[in-house]
Structures are given as C-alpha cells and as structure tokens.
Write a new protein. Structure first.
Lengths: 474, 187
C-alpha cells in the first residue's frame, strides 16, 4: 500500500539543490552567520533570562490557544470600536476573495506589500492579479524573488539563495538598463523603484507578527521600514493574519518582542517595530482611511487540542532552519513551497495534508533535535516530526521494503539473545570490508548507507564482553 | 542617567546612526545648523511639538534659508517625500536597544521621520529609559487609552537590510542617515 507521491519528492529536489554550488554556498554561509548571531544575542541576555523568556513565550501562546475564539472576539471588538473592520476566513481562498473584494470596492490598481508568509501561503498575489490589481513586494528579498518568479527559500531571508550577480541580472532586466552587481547600486535602484510604488499605491498589505487581543493591536517588525511605509502611505491597509499570531495582553507580547529579533537575526530589536491600532485619526496627514484585518484559519484550528497544537506557537524566526543539518545542505526550495526547514516539515503535512507532504517528516529530518534546542518558544519540533513519522507509518505511507526492514530490525533487537547474535555477526561481517580503520563500502542495501557516510571499523572487543569481564553484565 | 545616556549613544552609533548629548538647547541649534550645512538641506519637514519649539527648530531652519513645514503650516505627504530632512522628537529613548519610541498623531505625522533620507530626533534627556520593561509599560499604557494613537513607531538606528548576500546596507526604504540628539537642559 503506497501513497501517491507528489510530482517531485523531497529527496529528488534535495539532491538537485545540493549539486547547485552557488545555492549551496549561499545557504551554508547564510545559515551559519545567523546561528552565530543568535547565540551571541542569547548569550548577552544570559541563560536564566533566556530560559525565563522562553517559558513566558510558551505560556503566553498556550494561554491564548486554550480560548482562541474568545480572544479573537476581544480583538475584533477593539479594532471595530476604532473604525477598523475584521473578517474571519475559513481558508486561503476565502481570504483571497476578501482582499480582492476590498480592492474592487475601492477601485484599486496598485498594492504594496510588506513581507508576509501568510500571503505567500495563500498565493494572494495571483488572486490580486486576477482582480486586475498589481501587487508589489517591498521587502528587498521578496522584491528580488518577485522579479525572479520564485518563492521564499528562507522564512527570514527569503532570497538567501541568491547572490548579488543574480540580483543585478534581475534588476537590470526590470530597469531595462544595466545595473552593476554592486550592493550600493542595487540598493539605490530598489529604493527609487519601490518608493514610487509606496507613494502611488492605493492599498498597503501586511502580515502580522503579533496581534494583541486586549487592545486590538497589530504589531509588525521590519528592518527596512517597509511595513511603516505600507501602513502610512496608501489609503487602505489590509492585514492578513493567521489565527495563531495572537497573544492576550501586552505582558504576553513582551517575551516575543525580546526573543524574535534576537533569534531571527541576532539583533536586540529590529530597526522598525510598528504597532497599528486602527485607521488614521481625524486630522492626520498620513495613515490609511480604512483598515481591514483578515483573520485566516486555513487548516490551523484542526491542530488545536491535538498533540500537534504547539506547532501553532511558532513566531517565524527561522532559528530551526538555520541549525538544521538537512536545511543547511539543501536550502528551502527542497521543501514545500512556503514554509521550509523543521517547522515546514511539521506544518506542511498538518496544514496541507499527509498525502502530499509526508515525505518531509520521513526524509527531511535526522531527528537530531537541534531545532528543538534552538526554538525560542520551545516547540518540541523533533518530537512532532517523530509523531508525524509514526502517523505516516500507521497510515501505510511508507514502502513495503522499508516496512519489512524496520519490522525485521525490531524483531532482531527486541530480544537480548537476538541482539547479541546480531552484534557479533555484524562485527564479523564488517571486519573484512574495513580498510585503514574505516568501513567505506558495503554491499547490497547497505551500500546506500556507506555512499554518504564512513563508519569507524570495529576495534578491539565488544563492549558487552568487556562489561561481562568486569562483572557489569551477565 | 549619564551611564544610560552613554549606553544609548554607543548602541545607536553601533547601529550606524549618529548620536550625541547636547548640554543645552543652544548646543542643539549648533548641531542642527551643522547638519543643514553638511547635508546641504534646502527642504525639510517636521512635527508641531513643544520640544522642537524649545529647540527653536523653525527659527534655525528659517535662518538657514531652509523651506520648512509642519502640519500647522500645511505639511503634506508630498512635501515629506520631497524633503531632505525630517525633524521630530520621541516620547522615549530606550538605552538597552537604542530605540526611539514615538506615538504618531495629527501634529506628529509618521512620514516626517520616514520619507526623507535624513532624520533628526531631538529628545529631552528626561525621556531616557533603561530597557524593555519601561518600553512595554509605555506601549501598553498608550494602547489601553480611551483614544490610542492610530500608530506607535519604534525606531532603532537606520533603515537596513541584509537581503543581498547578507551584506548590511543602510537606507533601503526609511532614512539611512539618522541622528539622535539627547538634550540635557530641562526648561
């Protein structure tokens, strides 16, 4: 009983990407720098403070998940009390329709967007294009990807896999003239090009890093300042937010403010933090006349009350991507279209279906647990991945050969006698294959293992025999 | 307080901004005059705020021949977009993260410190705070008020990006040239 595989598997995408030297180099450098930056920032806080903040963040998220509809109701009444509109949407299609309706009613032609994974998730840009609204991404990385027609390969550094020569080629094509692959020139082009969009757009679209229920506040973090431009220049502001981004109070917001930037980029705080409480007040010369908040479920509420609920605590810092030994080899495009790395390997099968995405928990993880250690809100990512594996096996989503070999392995190791026999036979078989203290090649199905790994050859006697000699085992 | 001021200044500078302690409002004039000369400012925008009045910002700019508007003198978004310098104050200067916290409103437009390539914030030293605790309390108090500001903005250094080969680049969308002037004198 084998499942329908997606058109291309994680394994085949990963192998192709690992052969792309430029992507490989960019991803290795980018992730390594981000890991060092996070550790430095956490180190400055000190271990007890980091532990306190992580526990507080986890508690804040757990609290809001227990009564999500009531907290969103509180958020809605606050926003509507100040003249904003809040709409709840069951799925991505409904959220796209809601945004398109607002655009249509306003007669909008141009929308500027600040970076938002939620809108990537629901393919909002194509929905807007269908409604004759041009959407321009204003985060520099997202703008680069929009020109390239690609999806983000990293949650925080979406164009991590591109180098400046790639960017110069894309900008030159967009400009219709040659733009040198010098960072300063590339920046100057992007600033002028996007500034024009900011001041002429009818609509500004943002995601939401944190929503605060008690006051109906939408909090946005950027380094470029684009979210502040998006929420101050166009006459309409539309927020697209997943139901999981809520906290109850400003006290619950504190640990996320403290941890998000430190974990994502190693900064103490992002250059711009913006709190939007509603449309502009009478007399203000900037800020939107209308503010709409589209609250989107899109499969998330199915996780509430299940062993996977903690996956909803994610604050999208991408720490788990940066430490992941699999992500660091493959980059984000080996995963599903939007969320990559360990959190993507958890969220994709849960939100979009095991049928298509079960190969992520099966093949995109070594279960080493580095992701869980790095997660600032304490999501036990590797445990969730393991649970998904168990589920995939129970649902019959692994090949007959794999099931048979696992069953055989289980049978061998579950009896002390068979285990001892196995150890002796394995030692005897590996000795003639070893050269210079290493086992580098093995025949048959074992060749798949040694193709990528060298195993130290057995040396001396078995541990068990030595323990018996010392009276530590029978 | 002086240690905190030093911390704020050091960290703002580390982020790539300019920061200084001005003993008096007269010293703030000098800083502003020098900035106008060095950046060859001809058009500027700013807030209607008692702090900027006390620092005689409108008078200094007029004397230097800079065209300057605030909401009271008919400031528009287009004017902000054409301006080379925006002048504001801040409600709080947080030392731990080198953050200037601002509540926006009719006399205090968001665009003033955002659209021009250069931004100067003149902040009385009494508004200096140590860290996150004070910042959070301020944000919560404002948002819980009967009529909260439509937007609250925190700024820590220049607008920046690392999206091209993780090279730090400044001034991508907001101002890349940012000046924080802490004024000791209390009037």
């Amino acid at each position: 009983m084998s499942s329908r595989q997606p058109p291309s598997s994680f394994r085949s995408r990963a192998i192709a990407l690992m052969k792309d030297r430029s992507v490989n180099a960019a991803v290795k450098l980018g992730t390594a720098r981000k890991v060092i930056a996070r550790l430095k920032a956490w180190g400055e806080l000190g271990e007890p403070e980091v532990a306190r903040l992580r526990a507080a963040a986890k508690a804040a998220k757990a609290k809001v998940m227990r009564d999500l509809p009531a907290y969103w109701e509180q958020f809605r009444s606050q926003v509507e009390g100040r003249g904003g509109q809040v709409r709840f949407c069951q799925d991505g299609a409904a959220a796209c329709r809601a945004v398109a309706e607002i655009a249509l009613a306003a007669g909008a032609r141009l929308a500027v967007k600040s970076k938002s994974m939620a809108t990537e998730e629901i393919h909002l840009n194509s929905a807007l294009a269908a409604a004759s609204v041009e959407a321009v991404e204003t985060d520099l990385g997202e703008f680069i990807l929009q020109l390239a027609g690609e999806t983000p390969s990293h949650i925080v550094g979406p164009a991590m896999h591109k180098n400046r020569f790639d960017v110069a080629a894309l900008f030159s094509k967009d400009a219709g003239r040659t733009i040198a692959p010098e960072p300063a020139e590339l920046l100057a082009y992007a600033r002028a090009r996007l500034r024009q969009a900011f001041v002429t757009a009818d609509i500004g679209i943002t995601g939401c890093n944190v929503a605060v229920a008690e006051t109906g506040s939408v909090c946005l973090f950027t380094n470029e300042g684009n979210a502040r431009l998006v929420t101050s220049q166009p006459r309409i502001h539309i927020v697209v937010v997943g139901i999981e981004k809520l906290v109850a109070t400003w006290e619950d917001y504190e640990p996320i403010l403290a941890l998000l930037a430190r974990s994502a980029t190693g900064q103490r705080i992002t250059a711009y933090s913006t709190v939007v409480n509603g449309p502009r007040l009478p007399g203000e010369i900037d800020g939107p006349d209308e503010m709409h908040v589209i609250v989107m479920d899109n499969g998330r509420s199915r996780l509430l009350g299940t062993p996977y609920e903690e996956a909803l605590h994610c604050i999208r810092c991408a720490s788990c991507l940066n430490v992941c030994p699999v992500y660091r080899q493959t980059g984000g495009h080996a995963y599903a279209p939007v969320y990559s790395g360990p959190i993507g390997a958890v969220l994709n099968p849960l939100l979009n279906g095991m049928e298509e995405y079960c190969d992520l928990p099966l093949h995109a993880t070594s279960l080493c647990g580095a992701c869980s250690d790095a997660c600032p809100v304490g999501i036990p990512l590797h445990e969730l991945l393991q649970k998904l594996r168990v589920q995939a096996v129970a649902e019959g989503r692994v090949s007959g050969g794999e099931r048979l070999s696992m069953r055989l392995w289980g049978w061998l190791w579950s009896s002390p006698l068979r285990y001892r026999l196995f150890a002796r036979i394995a030692r005897l078989l590996s000795l003639p294959l070893s050269r210079g203290g290493w086992l580098r090649w093995a025949p048959g199905i074992a060749a798949g293992w040694t193709a990528y790994r060298d195993l130290p050859a057995p040396r001396g006697r078995l541990l068990r025999d030595r323990m018996i000699e010392r009276g530590l085992a029978k | 307080v002086s240690d905190l001021a030093q911390l704020f200044i050091r960290r703002w500078q580390e982020l790539g901004g300019y920061a200084q302690l001005a003993p008096t409002y007269a010293a703030a004039h000098n800083y502003l005059e020098q900035l106008l000369r060095e950046r060859r400012i001809r058009l500027a925008c700013g807030w209607d705020d008692p702090v900027l009045e006390r620092a005689s910002v409108p008078a200094v700019l007029a004397r230097a021949g800079v065209q300057y508007r605030t909401p009271a003198s008919g400031l528009t978004r287009d004017w902000c977009e054409s301006s080379e310098l925006g002048v504001t104050t801040a409600d709080l200067a947080v030392a731990e993260t080198a953050t200037l916290a601002m509540s926006f409103g009719p006399p205090r437009p968001r665009s003033a410190g955002l659209l021009p390539p250069s931004w100067l914030a003149i902040v009385p030293l009494g508004r200096l705070a140590a860290g996150r605790t004070e910042l959070l309390a301020w944000m919560a108090r404002l948002s819980r008020a009967g009529t909260p500001p439509a937007q609250i903005g925190l700024c820590s250094g220049p607008s920046s990006t690392g999206d091209i080969e993780m090279t730090l680049l400044r001034g991508v969308h907001g101002p890349g040239d940012v000046h924080a002037l802490l004024v000791e004198e209390e009037r």
